[in-house]
Design a protein around this ligand. Structure first.
Ligand code: BG6
Length: 502
């Protein structure tokens, strides 16, 4: 029996209730929260969609999602049945204005049944073009005027560029108060991402050397081994820079580069992150080719299996210019980071799934050891693995045992080994935070816009200057040659992490 404070009574309306995100992520997350007794005493989950479902058929469909995607599968001593007693389905055409009254009726009925006014959460797990009209209709409901208990959750992509993100923010903030709006970036819910703050600010050891005096450069890699996965409708208009860099990677960079917060208040943390985004040196259009590289995967082989090229994927244009790989070099112009390059990269169909942050320290200032001691001498390095490994490694020099003075680099590793099953998924953490009204791990309006501002010069330059060499990297590789050149010209190399030996 766990003893923790559960969130207040809540009704979650999930627009896109019959969609993929709910099936794969949201319902499994809610189910795990239920198993861990984190769901409120009184709660109701209502899927909203156009597809026709009886409540029973809907529950069967979602159970399949749990069986396929939940960290803990379906049957847990009758808990599935109990969980699904809280799940309903409302067939509703989001374009039909009159039908929104049914939402209010549902809330009123629950209010009467429970005898309290619950949190009302609208989760918009729908295609981005549907968000404005649904938000508009919800905004007219009386119950949305209640700033303390009604919330709206918006999935990425949040806008297509700075102008559209600004427009969407203006629309949402015209209808809801900022504290009601929860913009999701699921990377922020990842256990290992949150651990960056713990590592930096709960220890006295790292912060004194966490700056330009000791750090040579920083790398952030988010490599995926999957390809397009049948998402052409979305991805063809997005590409790696919008899909991963504008949000997930810049968020990681903020966590690594931010100043120490004075409290864990949501706005304090978010202020410190926005400071980082605002300090990123704008890349001039004429310098984009010096600082950013794009790539697209060709046909080839992936772990012994033949795979098709991006341009041959279903619904992708045969001459598509969409990038499936992006690498960028950023600088952060403030006292802490002046002159320290941040190299970031992401790509699909890469050699290995691996998301990690590497802090490369400078060389020791002098080296008194005999030269033969230094055969494999390496400077210090701290690596934070986000996934699939979940560990932190510190590399330092140690003497090889024996009569001679020979130094070897060794790793000291902390990992969350064996805790896979117990580690909450990002969406569990984020959904719980929404029910609790804690916005720390969500994006504030200005943060989203500041992130767009950072990548706009690259986006605009890439749009006007079409790539001539696509496809330019093989599946199962580490991306295009130009990305190696981007970092090599500064005297560095990308760090590809071997899995930690067990
Ligand atoms: C999503 C992107 O936001 O993040 C996908 O749209 C990407 O293209 C995914 O595959 C990666 O998330 P994760 O949690 O698997 O690293």
């Amino acid at each position: 029996m766990q003893h923790h404070k559960r969130p207040p009574a809540s009704i979650l309306f999930i627009f896109g209730g019959s969609g993929d995100l709910n099936y794969r992520k949201l319902t499994p997350a809610l189910y795990n929260l239920f198993l861990d007794e984190w769901m409120p005493e009184q709660f109701s989950i209502v899927g909203i969609g156009r597809t026709e479902y009886t409540a029973e058929a809907y529950r069967t469909h979602l159970l399949e999602g749990i069986q396929n995607f939940s960290r803990r599968k379906g049957e847990q001593n009758g808990h599935v049945k109990k969980f699904f007693e809280h799940v309903n389905y409302l067939q509703l055409d989001a374009g039909d204005v009159a039908s929104y009254a049914r939402i209010t009726e549902y809330v009123q009925a629950k209010e009467t049944e429970w005898g309290i006014h619950p949190n009302v959460i609208f989760y918009l797990a729908v295609a981005p073009q549907l968000v404005p009209s649904i938000a508009q209709e919800l905004g007219t409901l009386n119950l949305c005027k209640d700033k303390a208990t009604t919330r709206i959750v918006i999935e990425k992509p949040f806008g297509h560029d700075l102008a559209s993100a600004h427009e969407l923010n203006a629309l949402l903030t015209g209808l809801f108060a900022e504290e009601q709006i929860f913009r999701i970036d699921h990377y922020l819910g990842k256990e290992t991402v949150q651990n960056i703050l713990a590592l930096r600010f709960a220890n006295a050891l790292f912060e004194p050397v966490w700056n330009r005096h000791y750090i040579d450069h920083i790398q952030i890699t988010a490599a995926e081994s999957v390809g397009l996965e049948d998402r052409a409708g979305y991805y063809e208009h997005s590409g790696a820079l919008r899909d991963m860099v504008q949000n997930h990677i810049l968020q990681l960079m903020c966590m690594v580069a931010m100043e120490a917060p004075v409290s864990f208040d949501a706005n304090e943390i978010r202020n410190k992150k926005v400071d980082v985004l605002n300090a990123i040196r704008p890349i001039r259009r004429e310098d984009v080719h010096e600082s950013a590289v794009r790539g697209q995967y060709s046909a080839g082989w992936m772990k012994g299996k033949q795979v098709i090229g991006y341009r041959d994927e279903k619904n992708v244009a045969p001459e598509s210019k969409t990038e499936t790989y992006a690498a960028v070099k950023f600088y952060v112009d403030n006292w802490r980071w002046q002159g320290v390059p941040f190299y970031v990269r992401t790509g699909k169909l890469m050699h290995q799934k691996s998301t990690h942050v590497t802090i490369q320290f400078k060389d020791a200032p002098t080296f008194a050891f005999p030269s033969e001691a230094a055969e494999s001498w390496r400077s210090n390095r701290l690596t934070i693995s986000i996934q699939p490994e979940m560990d932190i490694r510190i590399r330092f020099q140690a003497k090889r045992p024996g009569q001679t003075m020979t130094l070897d680099p060794v790793n000291m590793t902390f990992n969350y080994e064996g805790s896979d099953d117990h580690t909450p998924e990002a969406y569990e953490t984020l959904l719980l935070d929404v029910m609790e009204g804690d916005a720390t791990l969500f994006m504030r309006a200005d943060q989203v816009e500041a992130a767009w501002k950072v990548i706009m010069p690259i986006l605009e330059t890439w749009e006007t200057r079409q790539p001539q060499d696509f496809p330019n990297y093989n599946p199962d590789s580490w991306g295009p040659e130009d990305a190696d050149a981007l970092i090599a010209k500064d005297g560095h190399a990308w760090i590809n992490l071997p899995p930690e030996k067990k």
